[in-house]
Design a protein around this ligand. Structure first.
Ligand SMILES: CC(C)(COP(=O)(O)OP(=O)(O)OC[C@H]1O[C@@H](n2cnc3c(N)ncnc32)[C@H](O)[C@@H]1OP(=O)(O)O)[C@@H](O)C(=O)NCCC(=O)NCCS
Length: 143
């Protein structure tokens, strides 16, 4: 298994993985491609895929951002982590988060953060097994 940056041709398989979040509907290939092209205009926002024998088995996105606080140290945010259901529990998620951590460390980030809905208890156990700790609360509102 290897982890690499996603290409546009990977998007249909990537959006299928988002069904693991409980999403009944996923983006069409054309809509996904449009958004992916916009994501690529960000200075450091990358969609990654985990590939096993040519098959996409996992994905996550990693944003590395600049900050004026913290003496200008950068920070990283992980989003949209998903592993193909039949292959969960085999270390793919761990490999992806270790990759994200190395990438954030190499970019000089002082933290790597993510948020996970309260109901996703299994995901919380996963992140804690990887050394993430609970820190503060995440707030959201419909804009
Ligand atoms: C959460 C998810 C990404 C984990 O990926 P994975 O490949 O199954 O996880 P791994 O096999 O790499 O597990 C890594 C560690 O986390 C622990 N872990 C993973 N899933 C767990 C679960 N459901 N319950 C308890 N521990 C769990 C494992 O024990 C493992 O520890 P170990 O290596 O010491 O044995 C994957 O299950 C998934 O896609 N879930 C659905 C989507 C989702 O919830 N995404 C996160 C949204 S915030």
């Amino acid at each position: 298994m290897r982890i690499r940056k996603a290409a546009e041709r990977d998007l249909p398989a990537v959006v299928e993985l988002y069904r693991t979040f409980g999403d009944a509907k996923v983006l069409s290939p054309a809509a996904a491609a449009r958004i992916f092209r916009r994501m690529r205009r960000y200075p450091d926002f990358t969609l990654y895929v985990s590939v096993d024998e040519g098959r996409i088995v996992g994905t996550f996105a990693l944003l590395i951002m600049d900050n004026l606080a913290h003496m200008g140290a950068r920070s990283a945010v992980v989003e949209d982590v998903a592993v193909e259901p039949s292959l969960q529990g085999r270390g793919i998620g761990r490999a992806m988060m270790e990759f994200a951590r190395r990438r954030a460390r190499a970019a000089g980030c002082y933290k790597l953060a993510l948020s996970s809905a309260l109901k996703r208890k299994a995901a919380h156990r996963f992140y804690e097994a990887l050394g993430f700790s609970r820190h503060g609360y995440s707030f959201l509102v419909q804009p």
